[in-house]
Design a protein around this ligand. Structure first.
Ligand code: AMP
Ligand code: GLY
Length: 425
């Protein structure tokens, strides 16, 4: 089988790493891929939003199965384009991906289908939004409707900051079209967890649970980032809670989308807040998470090609997915200045020594080969991942591997997975 993976982050490196283990795979192509993926696949310089280029490439190479990593091509309709050309592709249609592309759509969708989430109001004009903030009071969460690369959520601790945020979005047009609408949402309290499922639109197969670390500094301090690390499982999502999430959230989401003429086929990501009143949806994504994928796929025992093949054929009901009882921890190494800015072009050493440790895999995110030398090229540079029998062992392994890697200005959190120690999965 010939496979095409679209994307160039740690998530896509992990996907490629897992797909490459399948005996059914003859070759893998990545567009555009990264230096870590070149050891497993042929990287081709086609951008993720160049749908014409991707489609032409897939036809020319007679690709049997395409896997889409990031949201952008999904929301642009890559799945519709590939399917219309008779190509098999893992991911939701443009209509189904709306659940990630528009927070206003997903909020009203959840209301229509009685899916538990924070109460929110949607505004497209400044004055009524400001009036609502004054009536509602703070804290309040201000959200940009459209895609904003993880920067579209502002947690306003007081009314002045909330008003400043809506002004930035609706009047100063800081987020362009994505900020045509704004959501003003009640702030929820609790622990966050990620629930991912494979779905062909009918059958749901839950993945093992995971937890992301959004803030840049230890103890969840500092600004939000794309994700500083993750671990799996998330012990807070007990078996009973998982069943509740499936019943009250995931099933109604998949069925609701189907009833609204937007059947969802692909990976559904449900970002949850576990409040004292039960689990609430913070956000949906129409794809795998990053860095959750790194910890989830390192625990997957079943051939991922088998799963994807069944998914696009609508026969997920015939598949058994097995997971390792081991735990997994991923620590993201970032470049100096991240998330505000970041340095690039710093030489990276020690990846081979890190990878020689038991249970360790190093996934590239922001790296670049400059005249044969590996250098930093993004804010999130590498995702060092280790499996272990328990969180203590996985953390020991992962931080031992991290200590082998060096580049100027390197930063990582030291507390990834710490919270989970001693808690049974
Ligand atoms: P989102 O992109 O909507 O998931 O928001 C990004 C992050 O903002 C989440 O992971 C939460 O940490 C936080 N967040 C979003 N909505 C809320 C809310 N209603 N209450 C508390 N925190 C929130
Ligand atoms: N880790 C959060 C996301 O992928 O959106």
């Amino acid at each position: 089988m010939k496979i095409l993976v679209i994307g160039n982050g740690g998530r896509e490196h992990a996907l490629t790493w897992k797909l490459a283990m399948s005996p059914r795979v003859d070759s893998i192509y990545c567009a555009p891929g990264n230096p870590g993926m070149t050891r497993l696949a042929h990287c081709v310089p086609i951008k993720v939003d160049d749908l014409d280029g991707l489609l032409a490439f897939a036809k020319r190479k007679a690709i049997d199965l395409t896997v889409v990593g990031p949201e952008l091509p999904l929301t642009m309709g890559i799945v519709n384009r590939f399917q219309a050309a008779g190509l098999r592709i893992v991911g939701p249609s443009k209509g189904a991906a709306e659940i990630e592309a528009s927070k206003a759509f997903s909020k009203s969708f959840m209301e229509r289908h009685h899916i538990p989430t924070a109460k929110a109001r949607i505004f497209d004009e400044l004055e009524p939004a400001v009036r609502y903030i004054r009536e509602h009071g703070a804290p309040i969460v201000v959200k940009v409707d459209g895609l904003a690369a993880g920067k579209g959520v502002i947690m306003a601790p007081n009314e002045a900051e909330a008003i400043q945020a809506v002004d930035l979005i609706l009047r100063q047009r800081e987020f362009g079209e994505a900020g045509n609408h704004v959501l003003l949402e009640d702030q929820l309290e609790g622990e966050e967890a990620t629930f991912l499922v494979f779905t062909d639109g009918k059958t749901l197969i839950p993945m093992v649970t995971s937890q992301d670390h959004k803030r840049v500094l230890d103890q969840d301090r500092g600004p939000n980032t794309g994700g500083m690390g993750a671990y799996s499982p998330a012990p807070v999502l007990t078996e009973a809670l998982q069943l509740q999430v499936l019943r009250e959230i995931v099933r109604p989401t998949i069925d609701g989308l189907a009833r609204e003429g937007r059947p969802f086929q692909g990976i559904l990501y449900v970002g949850l807040m576990l409040t004292p009143d039960g689990p609430r949806v913070l956000e949906y994504n129409a794809r795998f998470g990053d860095p959750e994928t790194q910890v989830v796929l390192t625990r997957l025992e079943t051939d991922l090609v088998e799963i994807f093949d069944a998914l696009v054929s609508g026969r997920l009901d015939q598949i058994q997915v097995r997971w390792s009882p081991k735990v997994s921890v991923c620590v993201v190494l970032t470049a100096k200045g991240y998330p505000a800015t970041h340095e690039t072009g710093r030489p990276i050493t020690g990846i081979d020594q890190a990878e020689s440790k038991e249970g360790v895999a190093v996934f590239h995110a922001g790296t670049f080969l400059r005249d044969g030398e590996l250098v930093t090229a993004g804010g999130r540079v590498l995702g060092v991942t280790a499996v272990g029998d328990d969180f203590r062992q996985a953390r020991e392994r992962v931080y031992e591997a991290v200590s082998r890697i060096q580049f100027e200005g390197m930063h990582c959190r030291m507390d990834i997975g710490l919270k989970a120690i001693g808690k049974s999965p």
